[in-house]
Design a protein. Structure first.
Length: 225
């Protein structure tokens, strides 16, 4: 049973998430403060953390940093802060996704399912299916349904690989730009737009309506299996 730690100081939100998660056979623990969240995570070892940023004792970003000091547990931020700066700070600190309040329970549950399906980066299974294409991350090859190879450039691989190794996880623009082009280019978001358009033309059935390589406007990209 998947363990979910919900961190929020709102009794109403805690009750809503507790009811919906347990109804879908998740095991749920709760923490109304940042300090309790860190202690509960250390004692209970959850499979996923849902975290509010506006906690009464610690800022949620500090909780993320505290967790990331020893754990790679997936973190979904659930916050009333809708500014792009807050989202970037949380994602850069190590959050995997960001959902803004008020939120739809169905959307949140879908994001939970996507993140809990993801394969750890050190998984021994290097094959990933992207629509009709089979991607071998170890050999760096892409095969079409009829078996014909599809060629990707080194830059396309550098952008695609972190997305495929973290299905469901939002990878920030800053992270991709820094990893591919270096820290001097973290504001050159047009680089990513160009290369993502090329990847979609190669891998998506309908590049204008991508099913797998998804843009989160102003934040980054995610791979939806």
């Amino acid at each position: 049973m998947t363990r979910v730690l919900v961190v929020d100081d709102s009794p109403q939100i805690l009750a809503t998430l507790r009811l919906n998660l347990r109804a879908r056979r998740y095991e749920v623990a709760e923490a109304p403060t940042g300090e309790q969240a860190l202690r509960r995570a250390a004692d209970w070892h959850p499979d996923l953390v849902i975290l509010d940023l506006g906690l009464p004792d610690l800022d949620g970003v500090e909780v993320i940093r505290g967790l990331r000091g020893w754990s790679q547990v997936p973190i979904i931020v659930l916050s009333g802060r809708s500014g792009s700066g807050d989202k970037v700070d949380a994602l850069d600190a190590g959050a995997d996704d960001y959902v803004t309040k008020p939120f739809g329970v169905d959307e949140l549950l879908a994001r939970i399912r996507a993140i809990t399906r993801r394969v750890p980066s050190d998984s021994g299974t290097p094959l990933v299916q992207v629509g009709e294409f089979s991607v071998d991350l170890k050999r760096k090859t892409v095969s079409a349904p009829e078996g014909a190879p599809l060629r990707l450039t080194p830059t396309e691989w550098a952008i695609l690989e972190p997305l495929l190794r973290n299905p469901g996880r939002l990878i920030t623009q800053r992270q991709l730009l820094n990893d591919v082009w270096g820290p001097a280019h973290v504001k050159e978001t047009h680089y990513l737009r160009v290369y993502m358009a090329t990847l979609r033309r190669k891998l998506e059935r309908d590049p204008s309506r991508p099913r797998h390589l998804i843009t989160e406007p102003g934040m980054g990209y995610r791979f939806d299996p």
